[in-house]
Design a protein around this ligand. Structure first.
Ligand code: FAD
Length: 385
């Protein structure tokens, strides 16, 4: 059957049921299209995506058709396939694109199959309907209880080469097996300097070069061999935060991208729209060293630690009193691991217009003393620009 696999944030061969179906078809093309979301990505993120596509071509020994246009434009201009396959996503624009393609398929009489494989726990396995998803993360996690993760047994390829999925698997191997750093994740995850402070898997998770289910499988293997501990458990906890924001985004749709969010502020605060002040925050020139160092790291590398993200977000909203959406938009343009659900979800959460039951004003000076006591991190980045 002539099949088209619409590649999206699932640029991997492993733990990819859509690809397994695709490879069983007699004829097929792999197509990657630009999307509304990808037009705004930073240069480092685009480079990472390009590397991931090249890596996928090497691993599959198959050419990927790269479109400058949307998939719909392509479908309208070429002979129709008989079947289209894709991985479902949760953010608004991505779902709008899915709807457009579905509509086109229905009109053109083309079959399609969607795969529920971008989260750890599949939406179909949630013990509640998305509409009644618990609002607060702790309730979400508790209601989930003992969850099941369905992993695909078929391993398609295990070769290693540069870029994309290969690099993601290499990183997974280093973090779990070579350094065994995962066994002290809970103690080091707030670190800001060392590579192994945290898994650093987010850039590949965002592009789908790695499935959260593969990380989970590897973690089970690690626990079976070397023992379960609070750190290995905590990594699953963080992956569930990822799921939570993905399902939250799907449930609240456009609301996660707008300033008024999903509920009124419980702890009201003033907001000012001062563009000059915002530029200082963006450039890392606010005069608050800890914030400035983090913003400079972001600007120079596309990366910022989770601790840094929380601090610069709190500073933007609570100290500079700027709209949280300005910060989220800036992160969208800069982060190498930009993921619409996680970025906007976290910003919304910290803004107080989301599901966080507490007020999240950080004391930046005491955060700097706790997480960068000798000033090593600040010196590293403040000296750069
Ligand atoms: P680890 O600590 O090793 O965690 C493993 C994985 O768990 C991460 O890769 C991620 O998939 C998930 N995870 C960890 N923390 C969170 C969290 N707070 N929320 C949801 N999932 C989490 N993460 C992104 O991947 N893309 C974004 O665009 C993004 N924007 C953010 C914006 C703000 C304001 C904040 C506070 C956080 C944001 N995060 C985002 C979440 C988090 O900062 C990163 O996932 C994490 O720092 C990535 O590093 P790591 O892979 O070493 O994470």
């Amino acid at each position: 059957m002539k099949t088209l696999y619409w590649l999206r944030s699932d640029l991997r061969t492993l733990e990819n049921q859509a690809l397994e179906v695709f490879l069983k078809q007699s004829q097929g093309e792999l197509v990657y299209a630009e999307t509304k979301s990808s037009w705004g990505w930073s240069i480092p993120k685009r480079k990472l995506r390009d590397g991931a596509l090249l890596d996928l071509e090497v691993r599959l020994k198959k050419k990927i058709i790269r479109l400058e246009t949307t998939l719909i434009d392509y479908l309208k201009s070429t002979p129709a396939p008989e079947l289209i396959l894709w991985t479902k996503e949760s953010a608004l624009w991505e779902r709008q694109e899915e709807e457009e393609v579905k509509k086109w398929c229905q009109t053109a009489g083309v079959k399609f199959e969607e795969f529920d494989q971008h989260t750890l726990v599949a939406e179909a396995d949630l013990p509640f309907a998305l509409e009644s998803m618990p609002f607060v993360f702790t309730d979400f996690k508790n209601k989930l209880g003992k969850f099941s993760v369905h992993t695909s047994s078929e391993v398609i390829s295990d070769e290693f080469s540069a870029g994309g999925e290969s690099e993601a698997l290499k990183r997974l191997r280093t973090y779990f097996w070579e350094t065994k750093a995962v066994s002290h994740y809970k103690e080091t995850r707030n670190g800001m300097i060392e590579l192994n402070d945290s898994s650093k898997l987010s850039p590949w998770l965002a592009l789908g070069c790695l499935s959260p289910r593969s990380i989970y499988q590897e973690l089970l293997r690690f626990e079976a061999e070397l023992g379960r501990n609070p750190s290995t458990e905590h990594l699953v906890y963080e992956l569930l935060w990822r799921d939570y924001f993905k399902f939250f985004s799907k449930k609240y749709s456009a609301q996660i991208f707008i300033e008024s969010g999903v509920r009124p502020l419980v702890f009201p605060r003033e907001t000012i729209r001062d563009h000059a002040l915002f530029m200082k925050w963006c450039e890392g020139k606010t005069g608050e060293d800890f914030v400035d160092a983090n913003m400079r790291e972001l600007n120079l590398t596309g990366w910022m630690s989770n601790r840094g993200r929380q601090n610069v977000a709190s500073f933007l909203m609570h100290d500079l009193k700027l709209p949280w959406t300005w910060g989220a938009r800036y992160f969208e343009e800069k982060l190498i691991d930009y993921d619409p659900d996680l970025n906007w979800g976290n910003w919304l959460y910290f803004s107080g217009y989301g599901s966080d039951p507490r007020s999240r004003k950080f004391n930046i000076k005491s955060q700097a003393e706790t997480y960068d006591p000798a000033g090593e991190y600040r010196r590293k980045w403040l000296d750069k620009v």
